[in-house]
Design a protein around this ligand. Structure first.
Ligand SMILES: C[S@@+](CC[C@H](N)C(=O)[O-])C[C@H]1O[C@@H](n2cnc3c(N)ncnc32)[C@H](O)[C@@H]1O
Length: 272
């Protein structure tokens, strides 16, 4: 009995330290250092996210905020529209750093903050039961599911099921769609957002997508996105193509993650 407890404690500590360092490759100390040093380069993307969220007016006063890290890219004014926010992240630094970045301002506006260190994707069915009235925002976390699982096919299957779990809920997500290198010999692209609507549930090769109201096959549309960023080398597909149901209006936002390494983010909001 004593030995078992000791082993369980060690395992818990090892997970805590791993999540502190890099959260299974999705966050942690690595992420915070990179984010803090990149805030200026990320400014156009942060502004696009703020404009997207400024147009989202949920009726709910309670938000489940999932995978938000320190909220490096989140606008405090949007958060302040809620009376209560439950923050879920596996990274043990989140309560301190999110508190530094948003806490004081939210406190002065009487927003109650509750922090939970837990895997909110595996635990989503339970969270939804515990908080039947809350809306949900996945804050750049769903594109990392494949990284944590180490298997993009399983990730795509899991991610495509989320919308069914969330049926009847107001929810939204910002997540990676594609990421990769860009041509260092060309000037950094100044790229605008675009509107993106998946038209059907067909397989990727034959699926149709509307981009800025023009219809393409999905592979052509993806190629068009990459060309706009002067993509070079092999790009990573984050397996998030089917997070939103066909017909959901979404915005694609370019993100200079590193000077010659860009992402296309997808943002969408679903009303019940
Ligand atoms: C790319 S970072 C998010 C960045 C965040 N949007 C920001 O503005 O700083 C992904 C975050 O998701 C967290 N995360 C990854 N998997 C998670 C899970 N299953 N449940 C809860 N949080 C998770 C990581 O710890 C990390 O903080």
């Amino acid at each position: 009995m004593f030995v078992k407890t000791d082993f369980a404690d060690k395992t818990r500590w090892a997970t805590w330290i791993k999540d502190l360092a890099n959260a299974g490759g999705t966050g942690g100390l690595n992420w915070h250092v990179h984010a803090a040093r990149s805030l200026q380069r990320w400014l156009p993307t942060r502004e696009h996210i703020a404009s997207f969220l400024a147009n989202i007016h949920p009726e709910q006063k309670h938000l489940l905020l999932i995978g938000c890290s320190a909220g490096w890219m989140l606008p405090t004014p949007w958060l302040s529209r809620f009376e209560r926010i439950d923050v879920y992240d596996i990274d043990p630094l989140v309560p301190f750093l999110f508190g530094l970045r948003h806490g004081r301002s939210l406190q002065t506006q009487s927003v109650q903050l509750h922090y939970h260190r837990s895997d909110a994707i595996a635990g989503l069915p339970v969270l939804l039961k515990q908080h039947p009235e809350a809306c949900v925002w996945f804050d750049n976390v769903l594109g990392q599911v494949g990284v944590r699982l180490g298997d993009e096919e399983i990730a795509e299957r899991q991610l495509s099921q989320l919308k069914h779990l969330l049926a009847g809920r107001a929810w939204g997500s910002l997540h990676d769609m594609y990421s990769g290198g860009t041509d260092a010999d060309m000037a950094s692209p100044a790229v605008e957002c675009c509107h993106w609507v998946r038209m059907d549930d067909a397989a990727e090769e034959s699926s149709k997508v509307q981009v800025n109201q023009q219809t393409f096959l999905h592979p052509e549309a993806a190629q068009w996105l990459l060309t706009r960023l002067n993509a070079k080398g092999v790009w990573h597909d984050h397996a998030t193509r089917t997070v939103f149901a066909p017909g959901t209006q979404t915005t694609l936002i370019p993100w200079a993650f590193k000077p010659h390494y860009w992402h296309w983010l997808q943002a969408g909001w679903v009303k019940p």
